[in-house]
Design a protein around this ligand. Structure first.
Ligand code: SF4
Length: 176
C-alpha cells in the first residue's frame, strides 16, 4: 500500500512528547487562514511512497520515543495510515495524530468509516482542530493556536467524549 507524503522528519521534538519520527501527509481541505504548510494542501502533490519503505525508516530511527502523523490532513489517508499505525504500535511505539477535524467530528466519522476508527483508536494523543490565526500562541506545546487541544484518545474513546491529555498521568505509560 502507498501513501502520499509531503515529507517526513526522522527526529522531531516539536510534534509530540520526546523525539519522534514525523510523517507529513499530503492533502488537506481545511484551508485554515495563515496555514504554515500550504504546500501540503494539494491532494495530488507530494510523493507517493510505499508503506514498507517508510516502516523500514521508522525501524532504523533508534532514538525515537514515538511516531507522529501530521499534515496536511492525515485522516484523509486513513487507510494506509491505519495500517502503518498497527505496525508502529507492534514495535512498542506510541502514536500522535494531528487533524484539522475536532475529536467530536472524527468520533462521528469513525462510526461510518472503519479506517478512521482504526487510525483514531491507534492514537495515544490527538492534536485536534483547525489552526486559527486569531488564537495563535507560540508558547503552547505541540500546537499553533489555543483552540487546538491535546486529546487523550484512549480515555476519550472510553468516555465517549473528549478528555484532555495530561502528561504526568500518561507520560510513563506511553513513552517509557
Ligand atoms: S489543517 Fe493544518 S495543513 Fe490543513 S489548512 Fe489547517 S493548518 Fe494547514
Amino acid at each position: 500500500m502507498k501513501i502520499r507524503l509531503a515529507g517526513y522528519s526522522p527526529e522531531s521534538v516539536v510534534d509530540g512528547p520526546g523525539i519522534r519520527f514525523v510523517l507529513f501527509a499530503q492533502g488537506c481541505e481545511h484551508a485554515c487562514p495563515g496555514c504554515h504548510n500550504p504546500q501540503t494542501h494539494d491532494r495530488e502533490g507530494g510523493d507517493l511512497v510505499d508503506l514498507a519503505e517508510i516502516f523500514e525508516r521508522i525501524k532504523k530511527a533508534k532514538l525515537i520515543r514515538g511516531v507522529t502523523f501530521s499534515g496536511g490532513e492525515p485522516y484523509l489517508q486513513a487507510a494506509p495510515l491505519a495500517q502503518l499505525a498497527r505496525q508502529v504500535r507492534a514495535l512498542g511505539l506510541g502514536l500522535v495524530t494531528y487533524s484539522g477535524y475536532t475529536f467530536e467530528q472524527l468520533y462521528a466519522m469513525a462510526a461510518r468509516d472503519k479506517n478512521i476508527r482504526d487510525l483514531l483508536a491507534a492514537s495515544d494523543i490527538l492534536v485536534d482542530g483547525k489552526y486559527m490565526a486569531g488564537q495563535r500562541d507560540i508558547s503552547l506545546a505541540f500546537r499553533g493556536s489555543a483552540n487546538q487541544r491535546l486529546i487523550d484518545v484512549p480515555r476519550s474513546l472510553l468516555a465517549g467524549q473528549a478528555v484532555l491529555w495530561e502528561e504526568l498521568d500518561t507520560g510513563d505509560k506511553l513513552f517509557a
